[in-house]
Ligand binder design. Sequence first.
Ligand code: MN
Length: 298
Amino acid sequence: MKTFDVIGYPINLGCDKDGNELTPSILRRDGCYTSAKHHVNDLGDLPCTPRAAIIEEKFASHPKIKYLKPILTASRPLAERVMHSIAQQHIPLCVGGDHVMAFGSIAGVGLTKGADNFAVIYIDAHGDFNTEITSGTGNMHGMHLSYLMGYGEADIANFWGVSPLLKPQNIYFLGARALDPGEIEMAAKLNMYIRSSEQLNASDPAEVIVDILSDIKRKGIDHIHLSFDVDVIDPEYAPGTGVPEKKGIPPALAYTLIRLCMQSDLVKSVDIVELNANLDQGRITERAMQQVLKIILE
Ligand SMILES: [Mn+2]
């Protein structure tokens, strides 16, 4: 029996779009945080300033990163809550919000474990390792992994007092299909593990996950942080997300990947992000997220 701590994090500052902030309460209302098999503590939502309240602050704290200071401010209590959950041997289940949430959640894992002692399985259409130099949008939800890895502007990379908090060789990207030129360059330079949606659609998911898990175990790592962005799913089945990308994976494949990860018993912290109810159609993306939570908690 596992104990999950649900940490709602209704942030929408990383994507500069409204809608993600609704997700924690929607999923709570849908009854997603119940499990027949595991303990689930719903710790409620952490405070996140809504974008609509501070639009005039967009570039006030950084010329190239929107809402940088409010994002940094909001990330600290999340990291602390994640650290607290892990210290109690609970599994923090962080519910965004947009993916900038991971700047705090992964930092919490890194500060607890140390960069060499955990892996991230990052299921997402995007790479999220732009920097303030390579980002085309200034949206921080596409940059946080760079800072966690110690790249980009030093002040941000050093925000947590320890850098790097995450090793590029310990991240496994699944479903990426929209890397920006700066990310492609960095991925090649750092020899990062990336399996695109096209590659996944042509592979046996069990083989993919077995290979990743054996690599992780070979490194002596016993903590996997699973970070799931619903935009990995093809927009035909999951339109309710801020930055949809064509040629994704079908929902069933996303569920299988998550189930295989969870069955390893190495997943000890989780993000689920980027459901935007304002952009959803017939609540189909919401239902996909319900299914994802069901699999995580089964
Ligand atoms: Mn994404």
